[in-house]
Write a protein that binds this ligand. Structure first.
Ligand SMILES: [Zn+2]
Length: 512
């Protein structure tokens, strides 16, 4: 069977090439070209296999297009294979640790012979690393933290990455003989921020055909077990995937059980006990007799509960709320009326304001706020007062021209280290929307960080505090803030808090 090559497979190859070139101190333009192409491919809506003229894509020349075609044919890329042979795999892993760029990895490798996680740990613990130029106490403490974060996170996979792989596997399984239902369960169905492994449930006529198809998935690295109704594999990405076969009569019970969470299921089991019933992955039983199990709906109804959405199944009061008919209605894509954070090609975005506005209109949005970066974001081409004034004029022009979409004049304003604002009050007052953001000095103490934000928010010039904890899942810990001090300021100044839905951020999250 032919292996389907997705855009993210291709992007991953280009990212890896860029990383290795970077580690080898190769030509910066070459490195940048690979990274840009990877970003473009990652964000591209259509599968590249359906694009006829690859060279017409921005940033893709003849050479990159040839490489994409090779990958699309399912072949390996000699450029990457050769580069991989040239460096130790441990060095690439080290580059993914927070604070460890290619230059530092190179230095540690040359001076101390650091070549993998273990030797890096030893260099940190022995204090040897402190003798190197440029590696002070503070940096070493940060690197230690970075290493333990890395080891913690590497056991789990970010939601979007796991979701793409699970959906690809699920649609592959739908092709097995006699299959009826294929559903992804587990923490992925509950939309947790990171995922441990992939759980898939299947019903149909022929369990053995499902198991055979599953273990011959082209993207499998290792088959852990193959049984009559359950099998486990490790995918090429390193994520484990389990498939379970269920009869129609118990599919709802299985889906409920394997969706979890564990604590939600325990609460449900207690409820069953009180009613003299037993619940398992095969159904709800009175004595030996199964009285529910076909659908989750049926099971919740039996316990006198309204249907509980998977995202709410964490035993945080959802069972009582379902009993009282007080479950919240979850927000769906169709509820989204506009976007209040968007960057255009005036700074680090890829498209023009007009293109973005037209696309927003197409998506059914009523409004779109342009919130390009302010001037201290040099690397993103941040705007100063004069440039922002020009952008606002362009927005006004477009608002005259375009019908059916309102573009708001916004700015993502840097909150500087001392809590002052990156742009003058005058221009901020001309804006429809000011987002206040922290983009540097993430490591201030809790006291300093709280003072910094509090000072900025008290100016009354900021409407929304964006990505409030600044965390990047798997890459950067949240900044330290005393929220009990900051929330009253937010309330008094009527400042909203962004819920940034990028899978890298998910900030603020439900906990905050
Ligand atoms: Zn930002």
């Amino acid at each position: 069977m032919e292996k389907r090559v997705s855009n993210s497979d291709i992007a991953a190859v280009f990212y890896e090439i860029a990383d290795i070139l970077d580690l080898k101190n190769d030509n910066v333009f070459k490195i940048r070209a690979y990274r840009r192409a990877a970003q473009l491919i990652e964000g591209f809506e259509k599968p590249l296999s359906e694009v006829e003229d690859l060279e017409a894509l921005p940033g893709i020349g003849k050479e990159l297009a040839d490489k994409i075609r090779t990958l699309l044919r399912g072949q390996k890329l000699e450029t990457l294979e050769k580069l991989r042979r040239e460096v130790e795999p441990g060095l690439l892993q080290l580059m993914r640790i927070r604070g460890m760029g290619p230059k530092r990895v190179r230095t540690l490798n040359e001076k101390l012979g650091v070549k993998d996680l273990d030797s890096f740990r030893r260099a940190l613990d022995s204090g040897e690393i402190l003798e190197l130029e440029g590696f002070g106490e503070k940096l070493v403490a940060d690197l230690k933290k970075g290493l333990s974060e890395f080891q913690e996170y590497s056991k789990r996979t970010r939601l979007d990455v796991a979701k793409a792989q699970a959906e690809e596997l699920a649609s592959y399984l739908r092709g097995a003989k006699g299959v009826q239902n294929v559903e992804i369960a587990g923490s992925l169905r509950r939309r947790l921020e990171t995922i441990g492994d992939i759980d898939i449930l299947v019903t149909g006529k022929d369990p053995s055909a499902v198991m055979a198809k599953f273990v011959s998935y082209p993207k499998v690295r290792e088959v852990l077990s193959k049984g009559d109704t359950k099998s486990s594999i490790v995918l090429e990405s390193g994520i484990q995937a389990d498939v379970r076969f269920f009869e129609e009569d118990s599919f709802g019970a299985g889906l409920q059980y394997f969706t979890g969470s564990k604590s939600h299921n325990i609460a449900l089991r207690t409820l069953a006990k009180h009613q003299g019933l037993k619940i398992s992955e095969y159904g709800v039983f009175r004595g030996e007799k199964r009285i529910a199990g076909r659908s989750e709906d049926e099971i919740y109804k039996l316990f006198g509960l309204s249907y509980i959405e998977p995202e709410l199944r964490e035993d945080r009061g959802e069972i009582q709320a379902a009993k009282d008919g007080k479950l919240p209605k979850l927000i769906d894509l169709k509820d989204v009326k506009g976007d209040l954070q968007a960057h255009s090609d005036w700074t680090d975005g890829r498209n023009s304001i007009e293109e973005m506005a037209l696309r927003a209109k197409e998506m059914g949005y009523e409004y779109l706020a342009l919130t390009d970066h302010s001037k201290s974001q040099h690397q993103a081409g941040g705007l100063d007062e004069k440039e922002l004034k020009k952008e606002f004029a362009e927005i006004e022009r477009l608002n005259q021209k375009l019908k059916g979409i309102k573009i708001l004049k916004g700015i993502e304003l840097d909150i500087l280290k001392d809590g002052s604002l990156d742009l003058d009050e005058g221009i901020l007052k001309e804006a429809d929307l000011v987002l206040g953001s922290v983009h540097a000095n993430f490591n201030l103490s809790k006291d300093e960080q709280t003072k910094r934000l509090s000072k900025a928010l008290k100016t009354g010039l900021i409407h929304i505090l964006s990505h409030p904890t600044c965390r990047l899942i798997g890459e950067r810990e949240p900044i330290q803030i005393e929220w009990s001090e900051l929330i009253p300021v937010l309330r008094e100044k009527r400042i909203a808090v962004e819920i940034n839905a990028s899978p890298h951020r998910l900030d603020a999250n439900g906990e905050l």
